[in-house]
Design a protein around this ligand. Structure first.
Ligand code: AMP
Length: 177
């Protein structure tokens, strides 16, 4: 896959949502049919090439991870499960708290979302510090799932987020050193 059109479709927004942050705006990429297809096909190809075969569930992370996760799950013919911010999911849930730059965040999954030993791939739009994806991996393990890989559209390599993801293989379609 030639990622050049995808790089061109990501818009840099300085000082959003606060001063000093260079925000990677992926909305132009999502809105472009060819780019969206290229990104989804890229994720699907990685999933199909996993040792032992493709996953049986895709876990998408709130909120932009849902956009990619759902399309990849559809293409693979498997189900999709959300990791959501606290308080959004009904019924029995598992939760995991993690540290942000300032303060704490909590993410949740429905307790019955995964079958024991289920092969799971996690998808999100962007790997920054790795806190959110790390929390998703913890939740998947609490539910008895087996994380095979974590996939991102974008990795901000200079933030070293993959160090928080342990042994689980991490792949990004676009890398910013
Ligand atoms: P983290 O837990 O630090 O890896 O942050 C992950 C989440 O924050 C991702 O799901 C992104 O949606 C969002 N995020 C963090 N930094 C950026 C950035 N520079 N541009 C766009 N989104 C970001």
């Amino acid at each position: 896959m030639d990622p050049a059109p995808l790089y061109r479709a990501v818009r840099d927004v300085p000082d959003f949502p606060k001063p000093g942050i260079l925000f990677k705006d992926i909305m132009p990429l999502l809105a472009d049919a060819a780019c969206f297809r290229l990104a989804i096909d890229g994720f699907v190809e990685i999933c199909r090439a996993l040792p032992g075969g493709p996953p049986t569930k895709i876990v998408g992370i709130d909120a932009r991870g849902f956009l990619f996760g759902a399309a990849v799950a559809y293409a693979l013919g498997v189900g999709v499960v959300p990791v959501r911010k606290k308080g959004k999911l009904p019924g029995r849930t598992e939760s995991h708290a993690y540290t942000l730059e300032y303060g704490e965040a909590v993410v949740e999954m429905q307790a019955d979302a995964l079958a024991p030993g289920e092969r799971v791939v996690v998808i999100d739009d962007l790997l920054a510090t790795g806190g959110t994806a790390g929390a998703a991996l913890e939740l998947i393990r609490k539910l008895g799932g087996k994380p095979l890989a974590v996939l991102f559209l974008i990795e901000l390599e200079f933030l070293r987020g993959r160090a928080k993801l342990g042994d689980t293989p991490v792949t990004a379609l676009l890398n910013y050193p």
